[in-house]
Design a protein around this ligand. Sequence first.
Ligand SMILES: CCCCCCCCCCCCCCCC(=O)SCCNC(=O)CCNC(=O)[C@H](O)C(C)(C)COP(=O)(O)OP(=O)(O)OC[C@H]1O[C@@H](n2cnc3c(N)ncnc32)[C@H](O)[C@@H]1OP(=O)(O)O
Ligand SMILES: Cc1cc2nc3c(=O)[nH]c(=O)nc-3n(C[C@H](O)[C@H](O)[C@H](O)COP(=O)(O)OP(=O)(O)OC[C@H]3O[C@@H](n4cnc5c(N)ncnc54)[C@H](O)[C@@H]3O)c2cc1C
Length: 581
Amino acid sequence: MRKLAEHNIPLREASITQVHSVLRDGNPLIVHTSMFANALASLANPKQQQQWVPLAEKNRIIGTYAQTEIGHGTFVRGLETTAIFDPETKEFVLHSPTITSTKWWPGGLGKTANAAIVMAQLYTQGKCYGPHPFFVQLRDFDTHHSLPGVILGEIGPRLGINSQDNGYLRFDHYRIPRTNMLMRHSQVLEDGSYVKPIHNKLSYGTMVWTRVAIVHSCSKKLACAVTIATRYSAVRHQSELVPGKPEPQILEYQTQQYKLLPHIASVFAILFSASSVLRMQRNVAASISKGNVELLPELHILSCAMKALSSQDSTQGIETCRLACGGHGYIASSGLPSLYTSTTCTITYEGENTVLLLQVARYLIKSYRAGLEGLPVLPSVMYLTAPSAMHQSPPLSNQALIEAFRISSANLVKETESRLCRQFNLEQNFHYAWNRCSVALVHCAELHSRYYMCEKFLSTVESIRASDRVRSVLQDLCRLYLIHHITLNQGHFLRSGTLSGVDLSTLEEEMYELLAKLRPQAVPLVDAFDFRDELLGSTLGAWDGRVYERLYEEAQKSPLNKTDVSKAYHKYLQPLMKSNL
Ligand SMILES: CCCCCCCCCCCCCCCC(=O)SCCNC(=O)CCNC(=O)[C@H](O)C(C)(C)COP(=O)(O)OP(=O)(O)OC[C@H]1O[C@@H](n2cnc3c(N)ncnc32)[C@H](O)[C@@H]1OP(=O)(O)O
Ligand SMILES: Cc1cc2nc3c(=O)[nH]c(=O)nc-3n(C[C@H](O)[C@H](O)[C@H](O)COP(=O)(O)OP(=O)(O)OC[C@H]3O[C@@H](n4cnc5c(N)ncnc54)[C@H](O)[C@@H]3O)c2cc1C
């Protein structure tokens, strides 16, 4: 926090710096600096901001974002916590009517936060208007005791991020002033009348913002993992590549290059996509402040798509890096286990990936149908009904590969839409038909998202300002990324007729050549990510390559090594050894 202040970084921008990576097993302040700060910035009106933002900036108020309940995380409309307006006292009464309405999971809620943005069903004049955000004080600002009517606790150990106190929260008819409803987009007036927002999903804005931040953080986490595994692979010598010759660096094995280089490429693909979505988010935020919500659906879908893909890719990439380090990848001091546990949760939080991909698929199907009818569709999905441009680029050029992605994605959407129509004719119910097609729909969303990421990678590399040598390395990496994902998705390209079996064999050959060509660049590429050793926190990945010394030194810190004979020997082992069992 001192560093943020020193560098004049506003609270809500802390999450896109590397400040949170310093704490490896999660951070009780992360939701405060990200979602809470952003909710105040985007959902509170100017007067409310004046009241709470300075206190939050000074950490007098430490907040969290309390939306998920034990019973509902995904289905936000199903939340059960109520906020009923009492016109007599001009207050909202917050209440948790059932066990399933208990808020569950919010980061920092258990012990750290003294306030929260609470999402609750808004009732006024006898009518429910759906989930709305409220600023709620939970603890006394001086003593830190929970306030009467607020029941708080921590939910217990998790797979990872255990330095973060994820909490639970119940309300017992807890009263807050009317003016604590975040009123930038919708309001409840003193007489209880409701003023609706210009778009009914604006109250979901904090989730959209966080999804964009997650994409960025996924590229950083994956960059840490590939740095560790690549440096280690240059230090580690094992087996014989040629019988009788010295043991080579394990990075010489083609299989090892195949494990690492596509994930190094992936760091760039995710980073460039993150920058593109971030730019779009800034434009949309500026438009919204002028009352224009036209591009909000596009931003929602793009952030869902990129959050889903980047969390999946980075999690898989980190696990591959761990495996690529053999036994030493399993030791905590390698840094890889905590990178994995603090990244795999991004698949679930801020919208479970399948659910987000189904949002993308819904948009694809709607846009495809609109395009067929000649209705206007937004830029990222115009290609679904645009004519094929396959013949215009040289065969197997980067542009041709992007076109192959585009046509295959459009083809899959077309096929799936026909399936949906057939299923609808059988079921006579759109929702049942949708469910029956949902595996295919998720595949549509994945291919569309991959197309977007490939396209962003290529267009960024083509326009980037860099020396010829650096550009050439990035071009090779980008090429490797495109080919790698084509080989992983060969079925779609064969089905759409955009690539033949011979094309795929040619591309595969090229991929193997690229692995060898990029091998000498692997260490410089990860060095260029420029992580300090303190930030990586890894015995295997430190810059000086003293892997074995560091492993040994770290082992000395184990509490079991404080004494030669442990207490457990006297208590359990010795009696067992003498018992003749
Ligand atoms: C280096 C280290 C640094 C680390 C730096 C990390 C970063 C910082 C990390 C902080 C750490 C976070 C920790 C986790 C924090 C939680 O996890 S907080 C809880 C997050 N919860 C979720 O994400 C819940 C997911 N669910 C949802 O968002 C919604 O329920 C769903 C799935 C979008 C569905 O919403 P719904 O209201 O039922 O809407 P639905 O009927 O499906 O759709 C109606 C229309 O609304 C549209 N719509 C839905 N949502 C939206 C939206 N948001 N905007 C616009 N339109 C929308 C739909 O597209 C649809 O449009 P049409 O097709 O009708 O045109
Ligand atoms: C580490 C961590 C931190 C978190 N921090 C916060 C926080 O700070 N604040 C907060 O409010 N919440 C937080 N959460 C909660 C998180 O946002 C939810 O867990 C997440 O949105 C998923 O919802 P769920 O748990 O209800 O999963 P569920 O929706 O119950 O998912 C279970 C399964 O059902 C499937 N499913 C659900 N709905 C559908 C559908 N419509 N179609 C197809 N399949 C479906 C899913 O794909 C999944 O396979 C956190 C969670 C974690 C793990």
